[in-house]
Every structure is written in C-alpha cells, then in structure tokens.
Write a protein that binds this ligand. Sequence first.
Ligand SMILES: [Ca+2]
Ligand SMILES: [Cu+2]
Length: 370
Amino acid sequence: MHDSSIRKTAIPLVLTAVICTAMAAAGNVSDNPSGAETEFRNQFEPTKESERKPPGDAPEGMVWIPGGEFSMGCADPRNLPMGGGEPMRDARPIHRVKLDGFWMDKTPVTVEQYARFVEATGYVTVAERVPLPEDFPGVPEQLLVPGSIVFSPPPHGVRLDDYRQWWRYIPGANWRHPEGPGSRIEGRENEPVVHIAYEDAMAYAEWAGKRLPTEAEWEFAARGGLTGKPYVWGKELKPDGHWMANIWQGDFPENNTEDDGFAGIAPVAQFPPNGYGLYDMAGNIWEWCADWYRPDTYAIRAQEDRPSVNPAGPEDSWDPAEPGVAKRVQRGGSFLCTYQYCTRYMVGTRGKAEHTSSGNHVGFRCVQDP
Ligand SMILES: [Ca+2]
Ligand SMILES: [Cu+2]
C-alpha cells in the first residue's frame, strides 16, 4: 500500500494510514530468473495508438497524447530484478482500455505556476487552513493547527513496518514552506509544487482551463507508446547504468546516497522524457489522478469482454485497509520510492491517498481536452 491519509487521521501524529508504504517488507530482490521479463511482458497486448493527428498547435507546456488502445495494469513485479517485494494485486487483472486523445502537461505543475494561480485567485490550500474540529473528532483543539506531513528521516535504520518513524506532521508546512516554516520556495520555482491536496489540484486545473487526468489517461501517457514495460522508459531500472528518475538510493529511510543526483525533490525535467515527451512520469512526486481509489476497479472492468472506453474510475472509494477513508488515486511514485520498500515508480502500479491529505512528496499535472 502506498498512501498518505494523514490529514484526516493524523493531525495529532496519530498516523493511521500508510505512506510509502506499509506492507512492503524490505527486500525480496531476486536475481533475474531467466524469462521473468518475458513472462511479465507477455501479459500485455500491444499498445495501438490512434492515428488522429494533434488538433492544432499544442497549448503552452503541453504535448499531444494520441489515445488509442492499451493494456492497463501491472504484472507481479516480484521476479524482476529490483522489482520489490509487493505483488501489486490492485493493478490487476491487466485489461484493455480505449482512450480519446488529449493534451497533457509536459511536467508536473511547478511552484512558479502554482504561485501565479494563488496570486490571481487568493486561493488557500488545505494545508494552510485551520482544521475544523468536526472533521477531527476527538482531537484536542490546540492540535488543530494548519500543516502537512514532511519526510523526516530517522538517524539510524528502522524496521520498515511503521511509517511514523519517517513522517511527521509539521505545523506550518505547506506549498510555500515545503519542509516546514524554516524552508522557503525562493530559488525553487522550477520544482514541482507539493503539499497539494486533491481539491487544491482541482482548483488550479479549473482556473487553468484544464482538468486532472483520469488514472487510465495517466497510465497510457506514462507508457509513452510502449507495451507492457515495467518502467516508463523501458525494461530496466537503470539502463546503461543511468538513473532515469528521481527515486531513492541507499538504505531507506536513514541513508540516502543520492546516486541520482537528488536527495529530495528535484526541479522538473532533470531526466530524459518518455516516448510522448513527458517528464517525471516516474519518481520525484506523486501525482493526483481524478479517480476514486478502489482495489477492485480493474476486476470490475475486466468482467466486460470488450475494452473499457474512457473509464473515469468508480463511483466511490473503498480501501479494505482503511474502510471509511475516502481516497483518490495517485500515480508515479516519489523521490522516496525504492525497491527496498515501494516500487511504485513502476509504470502500471497504483497509489492512493485520502483526498484532503498532502505531503512534501505530492503534487499533480493537468490534461486538457482538444
Ligand atoms: Ca533521489
Ligand atoms: Cu513509493
């Protein structure tokens, strides 16, 4: 599991939800048993891109995603080298999906872009608002202070079964203060904006005349025209020895070796784009999708014997791990993901979070209909 239902359940540091990510026991890194990659790939039918040409010039900062038909989901990655220890059951069955074309932001929305929106509208994000007592029954009022969760690594190794050891609710943390009150965004304008709750992303999208991608759109776009590859760039985590995304190297969570060049959030577009010209579709920050999260979404879709057309997600949310906590889908993984713990930078995998929650690893990008 991989989520951050922090705000709802966790204001007073009683974090009952999970972030990068509880059940994944460490390790389980296998050698590459011969054929594991083939077996992984064989569960996918070819991606067929629509022939439709882009309808005119691209809006600024966006690229055309042609739409078409593809196999959505993730095969069990545990036999892949550095595939991690999780079966990713909620990303199966792999099923066919058909989409119309759309424009998509090349990068996540940056601090600079979000600042322009806030300046124009006076918008106040969830993390900047005083939490309401009725939303947090039982929490003493003095604990109801605006803030958000920030990755705060312990100085030594810890068991990976309790994320409270590396996440902290920091009063005053928000998009202007990514690591808390002492941190600033000056000089970091080209980083993706973080501490964004779902409604904060929606508000921006509406102002920009855009919308959030559906989960299916996000995944089609992330695959960049490839079929059934584990990563948005292809089949290996580190082709020719190069890191292709800002994730975590070293022992999580205490020792970050920064092999990819970035200890924390990286500015956008520091790694090569995928086949559609999209940057950062893996790692760096989680991106909100429009859909409610349910683990059975794919199973329900797969009951149909034809492709799902422009699926927009289920009517409501349900997560057996935390019944009653309403979650939206997040995709792409963050700078905290590692095969030791959570490999959700793998392209077909799914993330989720309580919709009013945020953190210094959560942002978004938008799409636009032609
Ligand atoms: Ca990194
Ligand atoms: Cu992760």
